[in-house]
Design a protein. Structure first.
Length: 107
């Protein structure tokens, strides 16, 4: 029971790898969490500025318009995985390991 009608066809090349459904309630919860004081504080602490929650707004809008189309939902998830792989390598190192302290020589 995956929530699809019996006559509905899903492309086999994507159906097993990416989800076919999207919860608009979950997308809304993520959006409100991002806009909350805690969400803004977390982003300020991690990145040094506040966020406009563009990613969450985009996900919520997509869900409202295309959330019932399993093919478009799979394409969206595939695009998000691709975007996350690209961003993963560009985040940079926030914390750098310090060199061990040098020992003082006894004279």
């Amino acid at each position: 029971m995956d929530g699809h009608s019996k006559g509905e066809k899903i492309p086999t090349e994507m159906s097993a790898k990416y989800p076919t459904t999207m919860s608009c309630r979950e997308a809304f919860d993520q959006l409100t969490s991002c806009y909350s004081i805690g969400g803004q504080f977390r982003n300020y602490y991690r990145h040094g500025d506040f966020t406009s929650c563009d990613k969450q707004v985009s996900k919520f809008k997509f869900c409202i318009v295309h959330g019932s189309d399993p093919v478009k939902v799979q394409e969206w998830h595939k695009e998000q995985v691709s975007n996350n792989k690209t961003l993963q390598n560009s985040t940079g190192i926030i914390w750098q390991e310090k060199e061990p302290p040098m020992k003082k020589k006894k004279e």
